[in-house]
Ligand binder design. Structure first.
Ligand code: BDR
Ligand code: CA
Length: 308
């Protein structure tokens, strides 16, 4: 079993990730921490609990984290994820109770109390993770690896050069990428690859089970909104944490742009040889950047897990 903790801003593709993590037989989902990102923190918490209900998940602790980025004002992505942040499907509220511990405390307790190594999978702006690393540096050393959905080595989505999660809180991202914890970056270079179609959505709905119906409706609605096939997105980082051999990575020097110019939030990844590097990249941390994935395996593994 692989011990995982997810940090989420649920979010349609965070939902794909949560459904998978809660249902996969080789994943021990220790807890979920929430942060503002795709939508406000209260909506993220509601959505996360609804998704765990749909997954038929046991009583996994869900905790509240940051309500805003470290420096910037929050900027949400409700044009992508809907006014409620979860595709406006009208899913009923959960009766799950929020864990009383703030996210950084829950992270500390789960990592300290785990029966083996823990991989942390941030799928959202990195505010909670930066606050945690700064609050509990000794516990941070016990993290096996961070597998982060965020950043890009090849252009952005929030801006021409910045990916949404890093752009939302660049200072937090800079703290995390420079923390010394081993990091795999599951960024936009691979994020868009595992696509799902309307046919897949209808097949999931036709099974008539709570989880598959919920997943199918999410996909179908998302396709209608976007006007094309959609990616399973954040989910890919969870499978990469579970089965790293399915992704091709390169160890590359990475600098987060925290300046207030047009490239704020860019993860500037250096593919030049060492001798051509500028000073910033010579001293930058080496990050395992996902440059390719076994796309069909990613899609099929998700479908098999959701179908049950
Ligand atoms: C990231 O931004 C959010 O909208 C998604 O949930 C994903 O984590 C992609 O840039
Ligand atoms: Ca997300």
């Amino acid at each position: 079993m692989k011990n995982l903790i997810l940090d989420v801003d649920t979010g349609i593709d965070d939902a794909f990730a949560l459904l998978f993590a809660a249902r996969h037989p080789e994943i021990n989902l220790l807890g979920v921490t929430c942060v503002d990102g795709n939508t406000s923190l209260p909506k993220v918490i509601k959505n996360t609990m609804k998704v765990l209900d749909a997954a038929g998940a046991k009583d996994i602790p869900v905790s509240a984290g940051a309500t805003r980025p470290l420096i910037d004002e929050p900027r949400y992505a409700e044009m992508v994820h809907g006014a409620d942040g979860l595709g406006d499907l009208g899913t009923p509220d959960s009766t799950r109770q929020l864990d009383p511990r703030p996210a950084v405390i829950l992270l500390r307790d789960l990592i300290e109390g785990a029966d083996g190594p823990v991989t942390l999978v941030p799928l959202a702006p990195l505010t909670n993770i930066a606050l945690f690393l700064r609050s509990f540096p000794e516990t941070a050393k016990k993290i096996e690896r961070l597998v982060i959905m965020g950043g890009s080595a090849s252009g952005g989505n929030a801006t021409a050069t910045a990916e949404f999660n890093v752009w939302h809180d660049p200072e937090a991202a800079a703290v995390v990428f420079n923390s010394g914890v081993p990091i795999t970056m599951y960024g936009l270079d691979v994020f868009m690859k595992p696509l799902v179609t309307e046919k897949i959505a209808q097949e999931l709905i036709a099974r008539g089970e709570t989880c598959s119906t919920f997943a199918g409706r999410l996909i179908s609605n998302f396709i209608k909104q976007m006007g094309h096939d959609v990616t399973l997105g954040d989910y890919g980082a969870v499978l990469t944490a579970l089965k790293p051999e399915l992704a091709t990575t390169e160890s590359l020097a990475l600098v987060v742009d925290t300046t207030f110019g047009p490239n704020r939030g860019q993860t500037a990844v250096d593919r030049r040889s060492f001798f051509e590097r500028d000073d910033a990249h010579t001293h930058a941390p080496r990050i395992d950047v996902c440059v390719d994935i076994q796309t069909d395996v990613y899609r099929n593994t998700w479908l098999e897990t959701i179908h049950g």
